[in-house]
Design a protein around this ligand. Structure first.
Ligand code: BDR
Ligand code: CA
Length: 313
């Protein structure tokens, strides 16, 4: 197959980091043009640092890493150290990244990369959508340069994980998410409805550890750290792998059930900002603008995760 040329916009974050490892284990699927970091799970200095560490672990010596927006478009930054630890990648041994940080701002880099491509390419987005929305605001001509945005964010049936009605990435920057939803770019959206179906149970974590290779071992360490931070009485049997649904979709789309929908993001309500309105049944007059994931074959997805991690050393 011809690999997907992709830009990864992310806020690592343990599950963002694991997503990048799955991509590294699938070089025939992904041709990574750049990694752009945004503030989210932790502040921008840490997400950029963690993106560089991820490139080290991935063995991506030539993939440039850029730091982007340090705060959402209109709200103050909310972070998630309670989930990911103070570094954002709890479980990963501290190190000085070998991968350099490019001087160019990530938004400038996104615009330049997209304009320089011979054909539209895919963006994988696993953090708040601030960088992407800012690029679209500054350079609307790039809209046509983006083949699709495969993103983790939102919730419909599952309810929220940061407020009762909003998922974290959408709640951190609802205005950016709304700008992306209104962009007319094809969206493939993996919200909590589906990511909560892919939990890293103790047995799955043990199987990853049993691969007994450095990358798989740090992934197991991060998942164990994440499991220790699950709230008492959590309904999941292990941490959900949110962001890796994006790479898994491009690796094996048949794992997922997706439905066309009209997606909109609440920006104004103090109570429900970041809520995703997902019209699957045509009850609004809005035109479909996204495909919304409703289900994953989790056992089969885990086999892919195991297989891709086992290819890395
Ligand atoms: C999302 O929020 C972050 O904490 C994770 O990295 C994921 O992108 C899940 O709500
Ligand atoms: Ca993330």
């Amino acid at each position: 197959m011809t690999p997907h040329r992709v830009i990864v916009d992310c806020d690592p974050g343990q599950d963002d980091f694991i997503n990048l490892m799955l991509m590294a284990g699938a070089p025939e699927v992904f041709d990574v043009v750049a990694v752009t970091a945004v503030a989210g799970n932790v502040g921008l200095a840490l997400t950029a640092n963690n993106a560089r560490l991820a490139c080290d672990w991935a063995g991506w010596a030539t993939v440039p890493v850029y730091a982007g927006c340090a705060a959402p478009l209109m709200r103050g930054l909310a972070t998630a150290e309670h989930v990911h630890g103070t570094t954002g990648v709890e479980g990963l041994p501290p190190a000085e990244p070998a991968t350099p940080l490019e001087e160019t701002h990530a938004v400038t880099a996104l615009i330049h990369c997209l304009r320089g491509e011979t054909a539209p390419i895919t963006i994988i987005a696993t953090g708040p959508l601030t960088n992407i929305a800012t690029a679209l605001i500054m350079a609307p001509d790039i809209t046509d340069r983006i083949a699709q945005i495969v993103l983790m964010g939102g919730a419909r049936a599952a309810g929220g994980n940061i407020t009762p009605s909003a998922e974290f990435n959408m709640a951190v920057d609802p205005h950016a998410a709304a700008r992306v939803a209104d962009s007319s770019i094809p969206l493939v959206v993996f919200g909590l409805d589906v990511t909560h179906q892919l939990c890293m149970t103790p047995e799955r974590r043990a199987r990853i550890r049993a691969i007994n290779q450095p990358v798989a071992t740090v992934v197991a360490d991060m998942l164990d750290a994440s499991a220790r931070r699950l709230p008492a009485g959590a309904s999941h049997d292990g941490p959900p792998l949110h962001d890796p649904c994006t790479a898994l979709y491009l690796i094996a789309p048949e794992l997922f059930e997706l439905s066309s929908c009209a997606l909109a993001v609440e920006t104004d309500s103090p109570l429900t900002y970041g809520h995703t309105s997902v019209d699957l049944h045509g009850v609004t007059e809005r035109s479909p603008n996204a495909r919304w994931a409703t289900a994953i074959d989790a056992p089969a997805a885990f086999l892919h995760i195991e297989d891709r991690l086992a290819r890395l050393t």
